[in-house]
Design a protein around this ligand. Structure first.
Ligand SMILES: Cc1cc2nc3c(=O)[nH]c(=O)nc-3n(C[C@H](O)[C@H](O)[C@H](O)COP(=O)(O)OP(=O)(O)OC[C@H]3O[C@@H](n4cnc5c(N)ncnc54)[C@H](O)[C@@H]3O)c2cc1C
Length: 394
C-alpha cells in the first residue's frame, strides 16, 4: 500500500503564479479556440497553405499558439521563459524542434545547435537537462534500413558513420560538461537502432554519473521488460542506466502500420495496460535509484502522484538527482508547479526553433487539447478556474 502525502494538483494559484493576467487571458482564448474540434481539423491545412504561399501569418502564429507552447525561435529568445520557469522552481529542457528534415547540412547544424543547448546548460542551473532526437541528426529511412538489418551500400555505411559521429559528439559534450542528455524515443521501426546507440553511449559516458538517458515508451508491451533488461546490462557493465519514461506518442501510426503490413502491433491492448506498465516502471526505477537515474515524462496526474508517493514511501529525497518529473511547456502547469512547490525535481521541455519548422509540433499540441466528448479539455478547465479566481472574466 502506497503512503499518502499532501500533494495537491488543484491549486491553480501556484500553477499559474508565473503567468501575468495578459498571459492567462491569451491562454484562455487560445484554448477556447483549440477546444473546438472543427477548427483544429481545418487549422493545419489552412496554416500550411498560408505559410506556403507567403501570407504574412507568422506574426499571428508567433503571438498566439507559438508563444504558448514554445520558448522562441532561438536559445536567446527562450531567456524569458527559462527565467519564468526557474522562478517557480522548474527547470528548462531546451528542445530544438526541427522536424522532417533530410539533409546532411541540416543534420550538422542540428548537432551544433544541440551542443549549444548543452553549453547553455553548463553555465545556467535553470537548464538542468538537455535532449535530442536521433532523426534530428540522421535520415529516417537510413535508420529504418538499419532496424530491418538490411544490407547498407558503401555510401549508406558512410552516412551511418556520420550519424553515429554526430550522436557521439553530442554525448561527448554532455560528458565533458556533466550535463545529462536524453535521447527521445520515436517510431518502433527505427527504435531498435536508437536503443543500441543509446546503450553504447551509456557504456561510454555513464560510468561515474548518469549523462545519457534513453527513452522507454510504456505503451509498448515489451518496454517494461526492456528497462529491466537494460538495467541488468548496466549493473553488469558498471554504468548507470539513464531512462526517460513516457507512454508514447505514435500510437495511431503504430497500429495503422502494423495492420497494413500484417504484423502484431507493438502497442498494449488498452490504455489500462499502458498505465499499469508505466506505474510498474516507476516502482522498478525507484527500487534501483542508486544504479538507475530516470525522468518521468508525463502529464498523467495519477502517475505523478504514484511517483511522488513512491519517493516518500522509499525515503528517497525529493531532490535526489536521479529522479525528475517532466512536462511540456504550456501544458499541465498544475502538475509542474505544484510538484516544484513540494520540492520535487521538475523540468519542462521548452521547444524552440524557426516557426515553420515547429508547426507540426504545434498542430499536435492543438489536437491533444480539443474537446473530448463535448467537454472542456483538462487544460482549458484549469485555465478557466484560474481566470475566474482572478476575476478576469465572468
Ligand atoms: C517530458 C515529455 C517527454 C516526452 N518524450 C517523448 C518521447 O521521447 N517519445 C514519445 O514517443 N513520446 C514522448 N512524450 C509524449 C508521451 O509519450 C505521451 O504521448 C504524452 O505525454 C501523453 O501521455 P501521458 O503519460 O502524459 O498521459 P495520458 O494522457 O494518461 O496518456 C495518454 C497516452 O496513453 C497511451 N494510450 C492511450 N490510449 C491507449 C490505448 N488504447 N492503448 C495503449 N496505450 C494508450 C498513449 O501513449 C497516449 O499518448 C513525452 C512527453 C513528455 C511530457
Amino acid at each position: 500500500m502506497i503512503e499518502k502525502n499532501n500533494l495537491s494538483f488543484e491549486n491553480t494559484e501556484i500553477a499559474f503564479r508565473h503567468s501575468s493576467n495578459f498571459d492567462l487571458k491569451r491562454a484562455y482564448w487560445l484554448f477556447r479556440v483549440i477546444n473546438v474540434n472543427f477548427l483544429v481539423k481545418i487549422g493545419p491545412p489552412i496554416t500550411n497553405f498560408a505559410v506556403k504561399i507567403g501570407l504574412p501569418i507568422k506574426g499571428l502564429i508567433k503571438a498566439t499558439i507559438f508563444k504558448h507552447f514554445c520558448g522562441g525561435e532561438t536559445i536567446a529568445e527562450c531567456d524569458k521563459t527559462i527565467k519564468n520557469l526557474h522562478n517557480g522552481g522548474v527547470g528548462t529542457i531546451l528542445d530544438y524542434s526541427i522536424e522532417g528534415e533530410d539533409d546532411e547540412h541540416v543534420f550538422d547544424n542540428t548537432r551544433d545547435e544541440i551542443i549549444r543547448t548543452i553549453e547553455r546548460a553548463a553555465v545556467d542551473k535553470a537548464v538542468p537537462i538537455t535532449v535530442f532526437k536521433v532523426t534530428g541528426v540522421g535520415r529516417f529511412s537510413l535508420l529504418e534500413k538499419l532496424d530491418e538489418k538490411a544490407q547498407l551500400s558503401i555510401m549508406e555505411q558512410e552516412e551511418w558513420e556520420k550519424v553515429q559521429a554526430r550522436v557521439m559528439a553530442i554525448c561527448q559534450k554532455a560528458h565533458e560538461t556533466g550535463i545529462p542528455v536524453m535521447i527521445d524515443a520515436e517510431e518502433s521501426w527505427i527504435q531498435e537502432t536508437i536503443d543500441m546507440l543509446a546503450l553504447d553511449m551509456m557504456h561510454l559516458y555513464n560510468t561515474q554519473k548518469a549523462i545519457v538517458y534513453n527513452t522507454y515508451q510504456l505503451y509498448r508491451h515489451d518496454k517494461l521488460a526492456s528497462i529491466k533488461n537494460d538495467h541488468a546490462i548496466a549493473v553488469k557493465g558498471e554504468f548507470i542506466l539513464g531512462a526517460k519514461l513516457v507512454r508514447g506518442a505514435y500510437m495511431e501510426k503504430e497500429r495503422k502500420r502494423a495492420e497494413e503490413k500484417g504484423y502484431p502491433s507493438p502497442i498494449q491492448p488498452d490504455k489500462q495496460s499502458a498505465d499499469k506498465d508505466y506505474d510498474a516502471s516507476l516502482d522498478f526505477c525507484t527500487d534501483h535509484i542508486d544504479t538507475l537515474a530516470f525522468v518521468a515524462g508525463t502529464h498523467n496526474e495519477e502517475s505523478c502522484r504514484v511517483l511522488a508517493e513512491l519517493l516518500d514511501k522509499k525515503k528517497i529525497d525529493h531532490k535526489n538527482p536521479h529522479v525528475y518529473f517532466s512536462q511540456l511547456l504550456g501544458m499541465s502547469d498544475n502538475l509542474s508547479f505544484n510538484l516544484a512547490n513540494a520540492q520535487y525535481n521538475v523540468a519542462k521541455y521548452v521547444p524552440y526553433g524557426p516557426i515553420k519548422a515547429v508547426l507540426p509540433y504545434l498542430f499536435r499540441r492543438a489536437q491533444e487539447n480539443t474537446a473530448i466528448a463535448g467537454q472542456m479539455s483538462r487544460e482549458l478547465s484549469l485555465i478557466v478556474k484560474e481566470v475566474r479566481r482572478r476575476k478576469l472574466v465572468k
